[in-house]
Design a protein around this ligand. Structure first.
Ligand SMILES: [Zn+2]
Ligand SMILES: [Zn+2]
Length: 275
């Protein structure tokens, strides 16, 4: 399983001199599997460049699965700029959470409409099929790839994903928090023995206390979750807009490593091979 980070930020893209080394795009991670599935997790602004690369690599038809953790803007704002969605031959299954009274496809369509954009969701040429899933459900993506979903703790709800392929496990848990001083059992289950846990680390410890209702974690909770789940590696992810490279490299990372030594900073463009 090959993991590539296309966007590692939360809230809003923050390009600039202070984020050059970690990257400024919002959440998007691509997974290449042994059965050659195109698996994309979240459609933040990072998905735009992923789309360009897919178009260059694949002269024929692109068939893929896009897992949407939730529909806060930083996780869907790149979708209208995902070039493969404009090609007639391509097909995407978009997977996201089932909500009471709100269909996922309607939520997506309502951001791709006049007057916000000069085109509409229904004008996308690719065949886009939207699938809603519930807590605990496992979906089969390819012959050798499955994805299990779990509800996370976030305003409006959010899904975490456990991707299993060819003996390797990737767990993606962003936009979530843990009750004070504890690690949520559902997250431990989702990340158990994972080769890589990508976890929300939006906040400093103080920020997490101050804005507890925002439904985000600090690096400390990410490190505790990785440890409790016996994950092999932790990638800190979904950095707050004000988190500079300097802060992430000199403060957040060293402190997290004290709790969970095999911690890394997710960086835009970084490629990891699992296991
Ligand atoms: Zn977010
Ligand atoms: Zn969110």
């Amino acid at each position: 399983m090959l993991i590539r980070f296309w966007g590692v930020r939360g809230t809003i893209p923050v390009p600039g001199l202070e984020t050059l080394r970690t990257g400024g795009n919002t959440a998007c991670v691509a997974v290449d599997t042994s059965d050659h599935q195109v698996l994309i997790i979240d459609a933040g602004s990072g998905i735009r460049r992923l789309g360009q690369e897919l178009m260059e690599e694949n002269r024929g038809r692109i068939v893929g699965t896009i897992l949407i953790s939730h529909t806060h803007w930083d996780h869907i704002q790149g979708f209208p700029y995902f070039a493969p969605a404009f090609e007639r031959n391509n097909r995407f299954v978009v997977v996201g959470q089932k909500r009471v009274g709100q269909r996922l496809e309607e939520i997506l369509a309502r951001q791709i409409i006049e007057p916000y954009l000069p085109f509409e969701y229904k004008s996308l040429d690719a065949d886009v099929h939207v699938k809603e899933v519930d807590d605990g459900e496992t979906i089969i993506v390819g012959d050798e790839t499955t994805v299990r979903v779990a509800n996370l703790n976030h305003p409006g709800g959010c899904l975490g994903f456990r991707v299993e392929n060819d003996g390797a496990v990737l767990t993606y848990c962003t936009d979530t928090t843990h009750a004070d001083g504890t690690v949520e059992e559902s997250i431990v289950e989702l990340a158990r023995d994972a080769d890589l846990l990508i976890h929300d680390s939006h906040f400093s410890v103080d920020g997490r206390q101050k804005f507890a209702s925002w439904g985000h974690s600090s690096w400390l909770e990410a490190a505790r979750a990785a440890s409790a789940a016996n994950a092999k590696c932790l990638a800190l992810f979904h950095y707050a807009p004000d988190a500079s490279d300097e802060y992430l490299e000199q403060e957040m990372l060293p402190r997290a490593k004290e709790i969970f030594p095999n911690t890394i900073l997710a960086r835009e463009g970084m490629v990891m091979k699992l296991p």
